[in-house]
Ligand binder design. Structure first.
Ligand code: ADP
Ligand code: ZN
Length: 597
């Protein structure tokens, strides 16, 4: 493995392998098949790129996503690796040139779309090349259980006979046990060894706050991410447009993205998101599939996703480069009402709805957890994590719980007295003794529960009602426009047979507990800006996205190490020989300027 280590350092500029990378590479070099399960950002690509590079011959990489394939090839070329791709975007003579390079033995890595690979003439040609491994990326596409089934992937089983003895790796970030079996069987992997790195994304800081004033909360969150790229997810096209417009007015480089925009607009916004390093994409979930931008520093949810799986997938787009990133979300009672109504009103059958409801409830429960958020997320995916991560809002500022039995009884009896016909807003008015028109109209100022809850603010009551719904003491009745009604569990609480502790909502100041590791001193922030500016101008000259020059993680390490010369710059993770030669001087110049202060 000395050759692997040398290439890792000299070409990629990394000091050591991560997680199971070294084992996977050794396994592949020994000619054996494997199934590689690694979370996004875990470093899957190195597992096949490196063995293809250190062995004689050519590595084939099957990938369904044309944009990603181009991206990877470009990144490899910048490292001085001889890589190319074959897909439908190339003209005939360009394709021919790539094939010639493969035949002559000049190529180290060839990325190829499955439909292209499966053409008999392509298979014929490649069989005459010395193929040293075949990597099948996004391998879950072979399974109809997953969400991205691709019929082309099913025919990839022919590779076993077409390239006998050539080791194959199937790689994916998302595969439950059933999909894993499917991958091994359908690709006809030979006695594959499974390398499972689990689901954890250690560089993502998780945080959830009650939704009070979402725009102001978002703005205050974005202050910590000035000049950074990120995604803000909203549920509807309208809120996407509103939010993007509003953020632009606040001076943020925000763009909208949803299925209602024209194909050209969507394409344009996507390209800007990739090419510029500070675009905040405000989007519905229509945005994200196949987005491989490594330097997305945050994913913010202004509305709740529909399940833990969706949340994990959407937030997983943050921090692929391994540098600190944040998954931030605000949610409130309104979201609970709206999402559960969407489930109720969906055309699916009752058993399907029950599953959806269960998934939503699990997510809501997770929003209100009082133990480590990461531990709770990973347990949901069947892992046994450490009880604390110190990189989530709960670990950083543990929530305070308070004895809420009496307050909850007041809330429940007021729901009962008002006839179980109203939403939280009206019930709270009655509890707080607000003489509003609606209160007078229904004569609710004469109820025994009128004004019994003046000790809490409206905001505090909202928190109580939200938690009562999430914990199953109140139900939202969609056939009655979101009215709250009592359920079986309410009775025990009303009678004082059960007690209840609720979580105190964090105050905005407290909830700005950002990931400690992302904090830069003011002076460093200026250095970061200058490093980014240097990166931008180099990228513009080559017409490549800034992250292709260096990832954020590499810039952050430059700030920590403050290299003074080429030799020291090589110590920085992500700086290899090719990039040192191309970019080294520009960055050393910026660093020298700052050390002179
Ligand atoms: P995946 O395909 O699993 O999402 P990538 O292969 O794109 O992940 O790698 C994620 C990030 O980690 C990239 O920025 C990559 O350069 C970096 N990386 C991979 N392996 C290492 C390593 N051994 N040391 C440092 N950084 C690494
Ligand atoms: Zn934690």
């Amino acid at each position: 493995m000395a050759a692997a280590q040398r290439t890792l350092v000299e070409t990629f500029g990394y000091a050591s392998f991560r997680g199971q990378q070294a084992d996977i590479i050794a396994h592949t070099c020994a000619g054996l098949d494997s199934l590689v399960l690694m979370p996004t950002g875990g470093g899957k690509s190195l597992c096949y790129q490196l063995p293809a590079m250190i062995q004689p011959g050519l590595g084939l990489v099957v990938s369904p996503l044309i944009a990603l394939m181009q991206d990877q090839v470009q990144a490899l070329n910048l490292l001085g690796v001889s890589a190319a791709y074959l897909n439908s975007t190339l003209a005939y003579d360009e394709q021919q040139a790539v094939i010639d390079r493969a035949r002559s033995g000049a190529l180290q890595l060839l990325y190829i779309a499955p439909e292209r690979l499966l053409q008999p003439s392509t298979l014929e040609t490649l069989r005459t090349c010395q193929v040293n491994l075949i990597a099948i990326d996004e391998a879950h596409c072979v399974s109809s259980w997953g969400h991205d089934f691709r019929a082309d992937y099913l025919s990839l089983d022919v590779l076993r006979a077409a390239f006998p003895g050539v080791p194959r790796l199937a790689l994916t970030a998302t595969a439950d046990p059933r999909t894993q079996e499917d991958i091994c069987a359908r690709l006809r992997l030979h006695k594959p060894k499974t390398f499972n790195s689990g689901f954890d994304r250690p560089n993502i800081f998780y945080s959830v706050q009650p939704k009070v004033n979402p725009k102001a909360q978002l703005m205050s969150f974005l202050k910590d991410y000035e000049g950074c790229a990120g995604i803000v997810y909203c549920l509807s096209r309208k809120s996407v447009n509103d939010t993007a417009h509003w953020l632009s007015q606040q001076g943020i480089n925000a763009l909208p993205y949803h299925a209602g925009l024209s194909a050209e607009e969507r394409q344009l916004h996507q390209v800007r998101f990739l090419k510029e390093d500070n675009v905040v994409m405000v989007a519905t979930i229509a945005f994200g599939m196949g987005i491989d931008k490594p330097d997305v520093r945050f994913v913010a949810h202004l509305d709740l996703p529909k399940s833990m799986e969706a949340y994990y997938q959407e937030t997983g787009r943050a921090g692929r480069d391994g540098a600190p990133a944040q998954a931030w979300m605000v949610y409130g009672l309104q979201d609970v009402v709206r999402l559960s109504r969407m489930v109720d009103e969906s055309p699916s059958d009752e058993s399907h709805k029950r599953v959806e409801r269960g998934k939503l409830e699990t997510l809501l429960g997770w929003c209100e957890v009082t133990t480590c958020r990461r531990a709770s997320l990973l347990s949901y995916f069947g892992e046994s994590p450490a009880p604390r991560c110190d990189n989530c809002d709960v670990c950083v500022s543990p929530p305070i719980t308070w004895e809420a039995t009496e307050i909850a009884q007041k809330a429940l009896s007021c729901v009962y007295r008002t006839g179980q016909r109203f939403g939280a807003g009206h019930v709270i008015d009655v509890l707080r003794g607000q003489l509003r028109d609606k209160v007078k109209q229904f004569d609710h100022h004469n109820l025994s529960t009128f004004g019994i809850g003046r000790s809490l603010s409206e905001q505090q009551w909202r928190s109580v009602f939200r938690q009562l719904v999430v914990r199953g003491y109140l139900q939202v009745d969609h056939s009655r426009y979101g009215a709250l009604r009592l359920v079986g569990a309410s009775r025990g609480l009303l009678r004082g047979e059960t007690t209840l502790a609720l979580r105190e909502d964090p105050t905005p100041a407290k909830s700005r507990s950002k990931p400690a590791r992302y904090k830069l001193e003011l002076e460093d922030e200026e250095l970061m800006e200058d490093l980014k500016a240097a990166r931008r101008s180099l990228a513009e000259k080559q017409d490549i996205p800034p992250y292709m020059v260096f990832h954020d993680a590499t810039l952050l390490e430059m700030i920590a190490i403050r290299p003074k010369n080429a030799e020291q710059l090589l110590e920085v993770s992500g700086v290899g020989q090719a990039k040192l030669a191309q970019y080294g001087d520009s960055f050393l110049e910026v660093l020298a300027k700052h050390s002179a202060f």
